[in-house]
Ligand binder design. Structure first.
Ligand code: NAD
Length: 254
């Protein structure tokens, strides 16, 4: 029988110092993996890892920097020897500015972290998964990865890119035992709206989300995203590959 057990596996979660990534790190530890807790914010990463205990190590890294990502993957491999599960979760919001108003530097930063960062970590981890002949990648995209109007243009474009990357990886490595899927979280209670990313969050823009809240009644908890990631990374999803999975309480079904 297929199970959700991950005994003896190793997971790497980016953005694990806060919100959805932190919940993923706890969920994967509870499921039996050893966890590499990655975040740009070392203090937050250390907090997550120390709360998990012996099954976790900290690897502070900036996912948009190739050298930093190289060091991250090296430290994961030297600690645990392999990476079975990769959760590409770290990401930043933009200011929800309209396309004509987005500063080019903001556009480039959001694309660099959300899309290129996801690519860089995937690119560095894939050779190790190929060597092992197995692996599961779960990318945190967004509802903004399949439609416009729910977030700023840079964020929306970056998350559409993550969906495209997910499909490309899924298609390219299915024959090698590596699966790649994405979750599309709906509005989730985390720090992302107040994060010191790039620019401040525009509450007037956020008001555009109001219909969502009316429909879904409440925002999601990060643990609900972690549960979906856990399924996609598990053997229970062994034939699920290239799936783009809304986890939004039915918002996108409307
Ligand atoms: P969060 O701000 O609580 O957590 C994000 C974490 O990523 C932070 O700890 C931050 O330090 C880290 N991070 C940011 N940039 C980084 C970088 N360059 N390198 C390494 N780490 C970095 O936010 P969250 O809501 O938990 O977001 C997690 C993911 O979920 C993001 O990709 C986000 O786009 C996506 N998402 C969130 C929501 C939501 O409503 N919260 C909705 C859809 C998608």
């Amino acid at each position: 029988m297929t199970t959700f057990a991950f005994d003896d596996r190793v997971s790497l979660v980016t953005g694990a110092g806060s919100g959805i990534g932190r919940a993923m790190a706890f969920a994967f530890a509870k499921a039996g993996t050893r966890v590499v807790v990655c975040d740009i914010d070392r203090e937050r990463a250390e907090r997550t890892a120390s709360e998990i205990g012996d099954a976790a190590i900290v690897a502070a890294a900036e996912i948009s920097d190739e050298a930093s990502v190289g060091a991250l993957v090296e430290s994961a491999i030297s600690a645990y020897g392999r990476i079975d599960v990769l959760c590409n979760n770290a990401g930043i919001m933009d200011t929800m500015a309209l396309p004509a108003d987005i500063p080019v530097a903001l556009w480039e930063r959001v694309l660099r972290v959300n899309l290129t960062g996801t690519f860089l970590v995937t690119h560095a981890v894939l050779p190790h998964m190929l060597r092992e002949g197995r692996g599961a990648i779960v990318n945190t995209a967004s509802e903004a990865g399949i439609r416009g109007g729910t977030a700023g243009a840079a964020y929306t474009a970056s998350k559409h890119g993550v969906v495209g990357l997910t499909r490309s990886v899924a298609w390219a490595y299915a024959k090698d035992g590596i699966r790649c899927n994405a979750i599309l979280p709906g509005p989730t209670l985390t720090d992302i709206a107040s994060a010191e990313s790039v620019g401040s969050f525009d509450l007037a823009g956020a008001a555009r989300l109001a219909p969502v809240l009316a429909l879904g009644e409440r925002m999601a908890q990060p643990e609900q995203m972690a549960d979906a990631a856990l399924f996609l990374a598990s053997d229970a999803a062994s034939f699920v590959n290239g799936a783009i999975v809304p986890v939004d309480g039915g918002w996108s079904a409307a």
